[in-house]
Design a protein around this ligand. Structure first.
Ligand SMILES: *Cc1c(COP(=O)(O)O)cnc(C)c1O
Length: 469
């Protein structure tokens, strides 16, 4: 499988190189040159497979020329073996034909484990073969950092530096990062906000001189491997509920458009999906596009669902590419306009075509809390605020009661106790057994000034398992 850039100018790469590349050299994002397509019979024959075997069937076409079947199967078995639920991604029923796909049984209790557990293992596999080491740098306001650290902690050839805003992430989220100890794991608390952290990571990717030749790898959802891993659970959910003989609808709590883009790909690969609901919080740039063809940058509004607090949605460019007949030149032009003006819209026919599949809703903090309360009252299930937004949007945007509606349950409620408290359901979410001693564990992190040279000097000094690069 070859991968091409959404802006049409960067060289095509194979899977291994795409995994290590992150952003394409023309500023675009990598996508498969030809999406694999499965027949209904083929998909139906996968019913009943354990999660890791289904993962092999779905992802194999994306990786075949880079890794042997036997190696890939072993990596997948190992990856999904660490999940704390036998079904890996169990479905829970909320109401007639209404479901939550629980994606929070991984080590850090959010769906990001599905991709980052795999990504760490794949990186180590390829780096061992190449005899190379890499440095990962990422900024996090919460879930990505801990999932990336958990995914890479056993990697022989990876040093990982995660920047978070000092005193501005929740204690559960901080501890999930800072209590994972290892000489290749480096948590940096920046005296600044999340944007400062992100800017420093971006600047480091743009100018990598301080790394003395060591390659820098991205773990945010611009990395194709993350999207790829997330396609699998759409197939998994549909097969549990009678697919592919019947269609499914999915509602997806959305920030950077990564998770829902994976659902869009699952559909294009042959899975009958009749509707995808884009569920956002007040940071609703995607809702404004889906409801009114206006993708316009707004200011950031902190919310009770912080993992969806974004101003622009990085993976939206991948959808734009398909909307424009995969014409990289047009996408490059649209993105240049957006950079200049902060605004983007597409031709009416293209937007109307997109709306045949996508609906959307923006859900504010009050509606998030009332949905948590309502679902708890009716079912006894405690939802996290992101999942609650998905459920709310599912209920309001649903097109047909006879089609199963599946909301992606993106995080465990214990990660977001403030929202749950505000919903006043009278119950505190509890830590699952494998994390029950989280508040007693030893923490390790370094506080640095909000200054790029200080951060880069730190990376250079510790980037080789604690030793200088
Ligand atoms: C990252 C995250 C999201 C948003 O996912 P995208 O792929 O960025 O759309 C939603 N919910 C939770 C809990 C997350 O951690």
């Amino acid at each position: 499988m070859r991968y091409i850039s959404t802006r049409g100018q960067a060289p095509a790469l194979n899977f291994e190189d795409v995994l290590l590349a992150g952003l394409a050299s023309d500023g675009g994002l990598y996508v498969p040159e030809n999406l694999p397509r499965f027949t209904q019979e083929e998909i139906a024959s996968w019913a009943g497979l354990p999660y890791h075997e289904l993962a092999f069937k779905v992802m194999r076409p994306f990786v075949t020329d880079s890794i042997s079947d036997a190696d890939f199967q072993a990596i997948l078995k190992d990856t999904y073996g660490v999940f704390a639920h036998q079904a890996v991604a169990p479905l829970r029923q909320l109401d007639g034909n209404e479901w939550v796909l629980e994606l929070f049984h991984g080590p850090t209790l959010a769906f990001k484990d599905f991709a980052l557990q795999l990504l760490g293992r794949l990186l180590d596999h390829f780096l061992l073969k190449r005899g190379e080491r890499v440095v990962i740098m990422g900024a996090t306001s919460g879930d990505t950092g801990s999932a990336a650290i958990e995914g890479c902690k056993h990697c022989e050839n990876v040093d990982i530096f995660i920047l978070h805003p000092h005193n501005r992430v929740s204690e559960v989220q901080r501890r999930q990062m800072t209590t994972i100890l290892g000489d290749n794991i480096h948590n940096i608390a920046i005296d600044g906000n999340f944007d400062d952290c992100q800017e420093m990571v971006k600047a480091s990717f743009a100018d990598q001189g301080f790394l003395k030749g060591t390659r820098l790898v991205a773990v945010n959802s611009i990395n194709w491997a993350r999207i790829m891993a997330q396609i699998v659970y759409y197939f998994h959910a549909a097969l549990q509920l009678g697919g592919p003989a019947r269609s499914m609808a999915f509602s997806v709590p959305t920030g950077n458009f990564g998770d829902i883009f994976a659902g869009y790909l699952a559909r294009n690969m042959g899975l009958p999906i009749s509707q995808l609901v884009v569920a956002t919080n007040r940071n609703d740039i995607l809702h404004r596009f889906m409801s009114g063809n206006q993708y316009d940058k707004d200011t950031l509004h902190p919310s009770l669902s912080p993992s969806m607090d974004i101003m622009v949605s990085s993976n939206f460019e991948r959808l734009l590419f398909d909307m424009h007949g995969r014409n990289g030149a047009v996408v490059a032009e649209l993105m240049a306009t957006f950079k200049q003006t902060g605004k983007l819209s597409v031709e009416d026919e293209r937007w109307t075509e997109t709306r045949k599949l996508f609906d959307s809703l923006a859900v504010d903090d009050d509606a998030t809390c009332s949905t948590i309360a309502e679902v708890f009252r009716d079912t006894g299930e405690l939802l996290d605020p992101h999942t609650a937004i998905g459920v709310r949007a599912a209920r309001e945007c649903r097109r047909s009661p006879s089609i199963p509606m599946i909301t992606l349950g993106t995080a465990h409620p214990v990660k977001f106790p403030d929202a749950v408290r505000q919903a006043a359901v009278g119950e505190e979410p509890a830590l699952p057994a494998h994390l029950s001693d989280l508040f007693e564990r030893q923490e390790k992190f370094t506080v640095l000034d909000n200054e790029l040279p200080a951060v880069q000097a730190f990376v250079a000094k510790h980037g080789n398992r604690g030793k200088p690069l």
